[in-house]
Design a protein around this ligand. Structure first.
Ligand SMILES: [Zn+2]
Ligand SMILES: [Zn+2]
Length: 443
């Protein structure tokens, strides 16, 4: 299918040259919305944690099968792959993520989750779709229905995937490792949307051309020392003083080693050491989140962390066997890159469809999304884009304007998006973009 990959902006514009009339999809979508909202409330009330999305996957796999897709379950543990071949043409992948978060819901919604679970931490917790993945899944089903209803408008192969474990990281990688691109058609394009707690009316679309979300690494540093009595520090090697020096020098990585034009974050989110006022402990533990966009800057930060930890330990006079242990967790999330031409085209086409006041470009953020993996698996041949859809209810925007009441963020127990607007916008945006990328007669 590689012959369908456009190599230039002009080629891409040509491929996108056959717009779908807005009202055709929208009329059908309006008829579908009551059923979709029922599905949304059901998904919201029954959230499942990462890699535990068994009921969710089964429920949605059945819907996709009923729509006529060839459906395979259990791809990357709980992932679902639905394929529909509809003549010669490009392959377009649409993705929704399925997992919820260990959050006790406090929205007060009539269909609020009462589900509890005991994750690997061993601590029983509430479970909530606090990131809005329930809106993603419902919009995805809405898009599938529109694409099946309007099969006469596109030709090519549609691959619609329901991904586990976005929150834990590793869901996309698990599906790819389980043969997403070898057992099923490999896409020319990959698209997804994410709801956003933005200061814009619900249903507003934003896209970041180029880097959209960051590389996310978790790093653990175990700082060693020699413990003893707090009154005799000269007989010890104090790991708290050493770890503090490490924390302070880490701040120079972004400010003094990376280009001032490149974004980066080194945050020490946890610093644990000691048990009592008058005891110098023999260990301190640091947990860091490290964020960047390019592979080169990621390496610069991770190498720098290891060098600074060791350098400060040497400066503190620690022997070789007491050097800090720096561990970079394997399950890192790579940066998400939106193909700039595809992103600009989506902005233009969504602008025509939804109105220019509802669509725009956005600066990138330092959050992470493993949607990045779908392009990264073959960056020369796959163009991908993820876009944001604001879910902020008007009442929250009014309260923000009136007395500065802050908006809840994603992952907040109070995040109750205007789901109807997110779902309707997401379904229409995904379906229309897929049709634009696989126009009938465009092969
Ligand atoms: Zn999330
Ligand atoms: Zn999310």
């Amino acid at each position: 299918m590689s012959k369908f990959v456009p190599t230039s902006f002009a080629a891409l514009s040509m491929m996108l040259a056959a717009p779908v009339q807005a009202n055709e999809l929208r009329a059908d979508l309006e008829a579908d919305m009551p059923d979709l909202m029922e599905l949304y409330r059901d998904l919201h009330a029954n959230p499942e944690l990462s890699f535990e999305e068994h009921e969710t996957a089964a429920k949605l796999a059945k819907r996709m099968r009923d729509l006529g897709f060839e459906v395979t379950e259990g791809v990357g543990k709980t992932g679902v792959v639905s394929v529909m071949k509809n003549g010669e043409g490009p392959t377009v992948l649409l993705r929704a993520d399925m997992d919820a978060l260990p959050v006790v819901e406090q929205t007060g919604l009539p269909f609020a989750s009462k589900v509890t679970a005991t994750p690997a931490s061993g601590v029983t917790t509430g479970v909530m779709h606090a990131c809005g993945h329930d809106t993603h899944m419902t919009g995805f089903i809405g898009a599938a229905q529109l694409l099946v209803d309007h099969k006469d408008k596109w030709q090519g192969t549609l691959v619609m995937i329901l991904q586990p474990a976005e929150e834990a990281g590793g869901g996309a990688r698990a599906m790819l490792a389980d043969g997403l691109y070898t057992r099923f058609p490999k896409p020319n394009y990959a698209l997804a949307f994410h709801d956003a707690a933005a200061d814009k009316p619900a249903g507003t679309i934003g896209i970041s051309p180029g880097y959209a979300l960051a590389n996310v690494d978790s790093v653990n540093i175990t700082v060693k020392g020699i413990g003893g009595h707090g009154a005799y520090p000269h007989t010890t090697k104090d790991p708290i003083v050493l770890a503090s020096a490490i924390v302070m020098r880490l701040q120079t990585l972004v400010s003094r080693e990376m280009s001032p034009l490149d974004p980066g974050v080194v945050t020490v989110g946890s610093f644990l050491a000691g048990a009592k006022h008058n005891i110098i402990s023999d260990e301190a533990k640091l947990q860091l989140t490290v964020r960047s966009y390019s592979d080169a800057n990621r390496k610069l930060l991770l190498d720098g962390i290891a060098r600074i930890a060791r350098g400060e330990a040497i400066a503190a006079g620690l022997s070789d066997d007491l050097m800090p242990v720096v561990e970079v967790q394997e399950d890192f999330t790579p940066a998400t890159f939106n193909d700039p031409d595809l992103a600009e085209q989506l902005v233009a086409r969504f602008g025509d469809r939804f109105g220019e006041d509802r669509v725009g470009t956005l600066p990138p953020v330092m959050g992470g999304e493993d949607f990045s993996e779908y392009r990264r698996a073959d960056p020369d041949n796959i163009k991908s884009a993820i876009f944001w859809i604001s879910g902020t209810p008007q009442s929250m925007l009014d309260a923000l304007e009136k007395d500065g009441t802050p908006l809840p963020s994603l992952h907040s127990p109070f995040w109750a998006p205007d789901a109807e607007k997110v779902i309707a916008t997401g379904a229409e945006a995904l379906a229309s973009a897929a049709i634009d990328l696989m126009p009938r007669g465009g092969a």
